[in-house]
Design a protein around this ligand. Structure first.
Ligand SMILES: [Zn+2]
Length: 446
């Protein structure tokens, strides 16, 4: 008997956590943050990084795992698919109560390590590094399970589809992904392995449906690289300054920015704690040699000193910083308020290699910041970005390759998962019998 516990990420975008129960054993996939709640918390309390589990649950910032309390003793492994906070962020607060090893790829675990250091927490769990495209065994109560981490593309390095082999067939956790055949960093999706697994039989797939309603195949990261290249080279004029903001964990995007910056003969300066954290995690696991000539200004004094220098000769530098969502307290937001020693004017070009994640908090923050930037006459270039989540056509392709018996759409409420059900039904899967829409705290018995 297989039960799928949809603990978090099925009623909102975030706090992803799914538990697969198979006879005497259970396996956790991801333990993530609900980021809007975390952002709100940090705005109230800027320098605090340590929160209690009960406080975080109270504000719905982490999954409510009390729904699996009765099977806690069955948990024999905790898998993390990638390094995004909505997948890994809650591990420091939840994982300790499960007597089970944590498994992730080198980059994911390097980020987890820095989260633990930030929050000054130590875990008693064993932590085991799994390289992309490798397999290993997990010992259950009475039997061993073969598990594979299959390389897939997304917007942070070493993202994996996790495959749990059972007697009923493979159970695949595909949260998050897109199918990018021209990635800027790392390898293409491992189609050969997926086809091989499909031949043996896929029993169920838990699948990222965030953009299942979008009639598209999500463009390759190569396209975002081209968008950046065009703008970075066209705005490079005498006496002009350039500020670029993007997702700190998007190492492929940072690679493009650095490579074009170096071709333009600029000194790149990475500002703020978040860029420092994700860049050093990438350096630690040897996937980012392109970061070797970057100047990092991380703490307040360093940032101020760097900006004073840049402001005197702005044409020699490219600033890379946080603030793409207009987050209060981020570097770009503070620059927009005149809270840092850099005088914005019409000579500054501000490149958003990002899109605004459409939550109310983000939209409001972004608008406020943009208004301030415009008041200072800075030139603004938005949406130099492509998503890391597959659209409807990526999803169709994955379903065609894997041909699973059961489909569990994930990564959002019914507004996100409904279109995935419709797609699957249009391809021949049976509603409710094979395609299952779930909410947080539900259990699906197969
Ligand atoms: Zn993700």
């Amino acid at each position: 008997m297989i039960k799928i516990h949809t603990v978090g990420g099925y009623s909102e975008v975030g706090k992803n956590m799914t538990v697969v129960e198979f006879d005497e054993d259970a396996f956790i996939f991801d333990e993530g943050f609900f980021l809007p709640a975390i952002v709100e918390l940090q705005e109230k309390d800027r320098d605090e990084f340590t929160y209690s589990e009960s406080k975080l649950k109270q504000i719905k910032a982490i999954p409510e795992d009390s729904s699996i309390e009765s099977i806690r003793h069955k948990v024999c492994a905790q898998f993390v698919g990638h390094a995004h906070l909505d997948h890994v962020g809650a591990i420091p607060y939840l994982s300790d109560k499960y007597n089970a090893t944590i498994y992730g790829t080198p980059y994911t675990l390097a980020v987890l390590d820095s989260l633990l250091r930030d929050s000054d927490l130590n875990l008693r769990n064993n932590i085991k590094t799994i390289h992309p495209n490798t397999s290993f065994y997990v010992q259950g109560k009475k039997k061993k399970y073969l598990v594979e981490f299959v390389n897939i593309t997304h917007s942070t390095p070493q993202t994996s589809l996790i495959v749990l082999h059972t007697e009923k067939g493979a159970i695949i956790y595909a949260n998050d992904f897109k199918l990018d055949d021209n990635p800027v960093l790392g390898a293409r999706p491992n189609y050969e392995k997926l086809k091989q697994i499909a031949k043996q039989g896929v029993y169920a797939i838990i699948v990222d449906s965030l953009y299942s309603g979008a009639d598209r195949k999500t463009p390759s990261e190569k396209i975002a690289r081209n968008l950046l290249e065009e703008v970075m080279f066209s705005v490079d004029k005498k006496d002009s300054g350039m500020i670029i903001t993007t997702f700190s964990s998007h190492i492929a995007r940072l690679k493009s920015i650095v490579e074009f910056g170096e071709r333009l003969n600029k000194q790149l300066v990475f500002l703020g704690r978040s860029l420092n954290k994700y860049s050093f995690a990438a350096k630690d696991v040897d996937i980012a040699p392109f970061l070797k000539n970057i100047h990092f200004a991380t703490y307040r004094r360093q940032v101020e000193k760097a900006l004073q220098k840049v402001d005197r000769r702005k044409q020699d530098y490219i600033l890379v910083c946080t603030g793409h969502q207009g987050e209060p307290g981020s570097i770009l937001e503070r620059i927009s308020r005149g809270n840092l020693p850099l005088k914005l004017n019409h000579q500054y070009n501000i490149l958003f290699s990002s899109s605004v994640i459409p939550t109310e908090v983000n939209k409001k923050n972004f608008e406020e910041m943009e208004t301030k930037l415009k008041k200072k006459n800075a030139r603004i270039f938005r949406d130099l970005h492509v998503s890391g989540h597959g659209g409807k056509e990526d999803l169709r392709e994955l379903l065609q390759i894997l041909n699973p018996q059961h489909i569990i759409p994930s990564h959002g409420g019914f507004d996100k998962t409904g279109p995935m059900r419709d797609l699957a039904v249009s391809m021949g899967w049976k509603e409710n019998k094979q395609v299952h829409l779930m909410s947080d705290g539900d259990v699906l018995e197969l």
